[in-house]
Design a binder for this molecule. Structure first.
Ligand code: GAL
Length: 636
């Protein structure tokens, strides 16, 4: 239990509006019940219109105005939008795409994380901001940059990245022969004589060595961590306010846990309707059914994930308040959904839900993105729902996270490994983990997501670790000795740390006599039926060994094998199979499960049980009336 409270906020761009409206905006924010306002994260061209010509006075006034209205400010560093003049100083700072094309100025996030000249500019502007506002009483928190990785910007194939990658490789391998051996470069005569011969793994004739590709992804992730850490160190030296970064939905190409270790809490940007079509893994029927509500599990998954990234502390820094502009289609949420999404975040431990944005902008790229206000400052539909949530949280203010009984491991390095070698179209680690999560939620479970660096599993009774392609020995032994039912596979320990198939063959898990004899990926229209119902879809393994066969494929081969408390899952289960397998593991662990009706989800905090109905029709569960699009809060 913590003594943190539930709060609301919004994202505001004083530089977009005349000064004459700031005070009235601030008054209306406070009157709505908002207590936080995030500003500044794209304002570099107004803070420094020309190199060295600083204009901070407008920001001073904006901060006072907001603070005087009783709001606390989250101040963003503006490094996601380097102004045009920066290109004259650093023409080669642009990120370069996989085709070798520099990404142009004219939107945002055009910098390469490896460019030293730009990193120094970032240090400079962050230092100036922290010097000026580090002790400002109205600054309640800092946000570094904005959405690392957005618009596919983690990986850059620039000259700066190549130079830094060679250095990174030398630090890691020391000797070129060690790298050649680790990667298996004897294959196709890819051996190098020197680190300086190594190029970036793009534009090769056919696929590059997966070890090379994985190393480059790890390097690229480290570059984000390093860039963020520089900002954090500068701010910390000048301010006591906590520091966060706003992560995204299903962006996995850097290790968020590693970035998170340098920050005080995690935050993320939740756009449920935007996500539904392009990343929630929803079928066309689900997309139709939830077009105006969003996927019932996708936001919850990220709340749980980012609670772990924030080591227990999480915000939603940007919450969709109405239609967005960037998804393939952009419907308006059904009435009640802005409230439901807000409460769902609180149920999963959020300390603040901050709506993006205060007022819809009449100009530039996001003209069609709603705000809490219309461009004419009249209320948009989201405003009333935000006001209602503000009144409700005043009655239920405490953030009361509790340890769940069920843990689900998530590992960004495993995601990178699957991306480098998916083995079949459409196969991804994130997709596999999300499918397991959905099965768990459909059974009414509350879940803690844990990083794969966890070694102490005390308190958990069921642990799922799907798809961990690389499992260090100490992780295997920590799981083997946990007092919990443990579910591993598919692809558990399928590669060593350098992306070779280990011998003895995987999973080589202590106390579990199972060997993956061979693996195959499946056509989407040719799933492998399981004798208990449902199927493996997309990916399946042939298992050998003396462990007990719990589930079989139709041809009699083992699909799920168990020894003691450890079970190995030899394929990617469809929803029917996943639910059954999770339910059975929970039953063995003595955890109650409940098959929830379509669209109904629940979550427990330390003191409350929340019920969410994402559907357009009412439901009755446990004698409880759950109206359409509703939140029901019970005290435990
Ligand atoms: C986020 C971003 C915001 C805004 C928003 C629109 O990804 O952080 O600046 O662009 O999307 O939905």
């Amino acid at each position: 239990m913590t003594d943190l409270t539930r709060t609301l906020g919004c994202c505001y761009y004083p530089e977009h509006w005349p000064r004459s409206v700031w005070a009235e905006d601030a008054r209306r924010m406070a009157e709505t019940g908002l207590t936080w306002v995030r500003i500044g994260e794209f304002a570099w061209s107004r803070l420094e219109p020309r190199p060295g010509e600083l204009q901070f006075e407008w920001l001073d006034e904006a901060i006072w105005t907001l603070g005087d209205a009783g709001l606390q400010v989250v101040l963003g560093t503006p490094t996601a939008t380097p102004p045009r003049w920066m290109l004259e100083r650093h023409p080669d700072m642009l990120a370069v795409d996989a085709e070798g094309r520099p990404r142009k100025f004219g939107s945002r996030r055009h910098y390469c994380f490896s460019h030293e000249g730009f990193a120094a500019e970032s240090d400079r502007i962050v230092g100036l901001l922290a010097d000026r506002y580090g002790r400002n009483e109205h600054i309640g928190a800092w946000q570094t940059d904005n959405e690392y990785g957005c618009h596919d910007t983690t990986i850059s194939y620039s000259d700066a990245a190549r130079t830094a990658f060679r250095r990174w490789l030398k630090d890691r391998y020391g000797e070129i022969d060690a790298l050649n051996a680790a990667w298996g470069n004897v294959f196709w005569s890819m051996e190098y004589r020197d680190f300086d011969e190594i190029d970036l793994p793009n534009l090769t004739v056919t696929e590059p060595n997966p070890a090379h590709a994985l190393a480059f992804r790890r390097f690229s992730s480290d570059q984000v961590v390093r860039f963020n850490r520089r900002q954090v160190e500068i701010i910390r030296a000048r301010s006591k306010a906590p520091i966060t970064h706003n992560y995204m939905g299903r962006i996995t190409d850097f290790d968020h846990f590693a970035v998170g270790r340098d920050l005080d809490f995690a935050s993320w940007d939740s756009y449920p309707l935007g996500f539904l079509e392009d990343r929630a893994g929803a079928t066309p029927e689900q997309q139709r059914a939830y077009a105006r509500q969003g996927d019932p599990d996708f936001q919850a998954f990220h709340h749980d994930l980012y609670r772990a990234v924030g080591r227990g502390r999480m915000w939603v820094m940007e919450q969709q308040p109405g239609p967005v502009n960037w998804a393939p289609h952009n419907p308006a949420p059904l009435p009640g959904m802005v409230r439901l999404w807000s409460w769902e975040a609180f149920a999963h431990g959020a300390e603040c839900v901050s709506y993006f944005r205060w007022r819809q902008a009449p100009f530039a790229q996001e003209q069609l993105h709603s705000g809490l206000l219309r461009p004419d400052s009249q209320p948009a539909p989201g405003l009333e729902e935000a006001r209602q949530v503000a009144q409700e949280i005043a009655q239920a203010p405490a953030v009361a996270n509790a340890r769940a009984e069920v843990a689900l491991l998530f590992d960004y390095d495993a995601d990178a490994a699957w991306a480098v070698q998916p083995h079949g179209a459409g196969l991804s680690y994130f997709g596999l983990v999300l499918d397991l999560y959905k099965a768990m939620r459909g059974l009414g479970l509350s879940i803690d997501i844990l990083p794969a660096t966890t070694r102490d599993f005390t308190g958990y009774r069921m642990i799922a670790a799907p798809g961990l392609m690389h499992m260090p020995d100490d992780l295997k032994s920590a799981l083997a000795s946990a007092a919990a039912e443990v579910l591993i596979g598919p692809r558990a320990g399928a590669r060593d740390g350098e992306f070779s198939i280990p011998v003895p063959l995987p999973p080589a898990f202590p106390g579990l006599d199972v060997t993956v004899a061979h693996v195959e990926s499946l056509r989407p229209d040719a799933p492998e039926r399981l004798d208990g119902g449902g199927a493996f879809q997309g990916y399946s393994e042939r298992l050998e060994g003396s462990a007990r066969v719990v589930e079989r494929c139709e041809d009699g081969a083992g699909a799920l094998m168990r020894e003691g408390r450890i079970a190995y899952l030899g394929g990617w289960p469809d929803p029917v199979a996943a639910r059954r397998i999770v339910a059975e593991a929970c039953a063995r662990a003595g955890i109650d499960t409940q098959e929830l009706p379509e669209g109904i989800r629940r979550r427990d905090t330390a003191t409350e049980r929340f019920w969410f109905n994402h559907g357009r029709t009412g439901a009755v569960v446990d004698g409880l009336d759950l109206p359409p699009l509703s939140v029901t809060r019970q005290l435990l």
